[in-house]
Write a protein that binds this ligand. Structure first.
Ligand code: FES
Ligand SMILES: [Fe+2]
Length: 367
């Protein structure tokens, strides 16, 4: 049965000005939010690493107290890459002339003169969650790191899955998880659109959107009929999006839900770099620890299944959504939600540097 939603209208393409760009699948405008940067275990105390982050060159380091910090990569003296230098207290000392930049990015010490010059690098808010370092693409973080609403506020255990690269923008990869048509064309879940997934769409917060399946397991084969016995109501399939680039999927029978976070970020190459994170609620005691290790391993298998199947299409797709139909309703809603999000040319929150590599990239605007 088709829903009664009116025929969707597609978001109009905007003029090719960064201030007017359509936000969906745009490499030039970054939706403000947290984006995954590195695995925590890949950055030891006192270590500094270069990172090309959404097209901007930055350094990420773990200071003497174990706190992770991120700042622009090039020294404000002469442009040496700070990853050539070393961590010094809460800041970084440049390799070239040994200037020190403190935790706020200000130059705090110039060895050959008593008064430091007035110069600084931008620093970026950092958080660590699930064994992952996250960086906020604005001046001050105004939201928590993406979480699973179902277990909001509870302690969690996490396991890191694989890292991957896809040949298109993160928004397009995310669309896949709410593409009702493809659940029967690509995945063997249903035999037709009519008995496949159908999403209720709500806002969890101003910046996150929830897609919740409201249909039972289709009874199209023996496996699905047996599977259906594990659900009192609808088949659990819930997708929660955070700034259009990080999504969590919740699946599983009523007695055990699996949570998989797909953390994605755009690259200057016009691709997506992703990190899979498996999450479960913390369980007490030794048995709880053991149980969680098993649950997280099973979650990884489930996550790998999700990531498989559509892989090839993301390497070759040229997003051009010319002919939306009623079954594309969740995708249209997702695009609308993204258009409402705050976005800035990455790094330009104070208007000082609008010429980042990413906005000049040939794939600077894809839709
Ligand atoms: S270039 Fe960094 S101190 Fe001179
Ligand atoms: Fe898929």
């Amino acid at each position: 049965m088709l829903d009664q939603t009116p025929e969707p209208t597609i978001v109009p393409a905007a003029a090719d000005e960064s201030s007017q760009l359509s936000q969906f699948a745009s490499f030039a405008r970054v939706t403000e939010g947290w984006y995954w940067a590195l695995r925590s275990r890949d950055l030891k105390r006192g270590q500094i690493r270069p990172l090309s982050f959404l097209g901007r060159e930055i350094v990420v380091f773990r200071d003497a107290d174990g706190v992770v910090r991120a700042m622009d990569a090039y020294c404000p003296h002469m442009g040496a890459h700070l990853a050539e230098g070393r961590v010094d207290g809460q800041g970084v000392r440049c390799f070239f002339h040994h200037w020190k930049l403190g935790a706020t990015g200000e130059v705090t010490d110039i060895p050959c003169q008593t008064k430091p010059a007035k110069a600084s690098n931008k620093v970026w808010p950092v958080a660590e969650q699930y064994g992952v370092i996250w960086i906020w693409t604005g001046k001050e973080a105004s939201r928590p790191v993406p979480y699973i609403p179902e277990i909001e506020g509870r302690k969690v255990d996490a396991r890191l899955g694989n890292q991957f690269e896809k040949g298109c923008h993160p928004n397009i990869v995310m669309v896949n998880a709410i593409d009702e048509q493809h659940f029967h064309s690509v995945h063997p879940l249903a035999s037709s659109l009519a008995d496949g997934l159908h999403f209720q769409i709500t806002s969890h917060s101003k910046n996150s959107q929830v897609f919740d399946n409201d249909r039972p397991v289709p009874r199209n084969n023996l496996f699905n009929r047996l599977l259906g016995k594990l659900y009192a109501g609808a088949l659990t399939y819930r997708m929660v999006y955070w700034n259009g680039s990080t999504g969590s999927v919740t699946v599983g029978p009523d007695f055990l839900h699996f949570h998989i976070i797909f953390a994605l970020r755009p690259t200057a190459r016009g691709t997506t770099e992703g990190q899979t994170i498996l999450v479960t609620e913390q369980r007490k005691g030794l048995l709880g620890k053991f149980l969680n290790a098993v649950i997280l391993r099973v979650t990884e298998v489930v996550g790998n299944y999700f990531a498989k199947g559509d892989t090839q299409v993301f390497q070759t797709i040229r997003w051009n959504f010319q002919t939306p139909i009623r079954a594309d309703r969740p995708i249209i809603e997702f695009m609308r939600h993204l258009e409402e999000q705050k976005s800035v040319p990455w790094g330009a929150w104070d208007g000082s540097d609008r010429d980042m590599a990413i906005s000049k990239h040939p794939h600077g605007r894809l839709s």
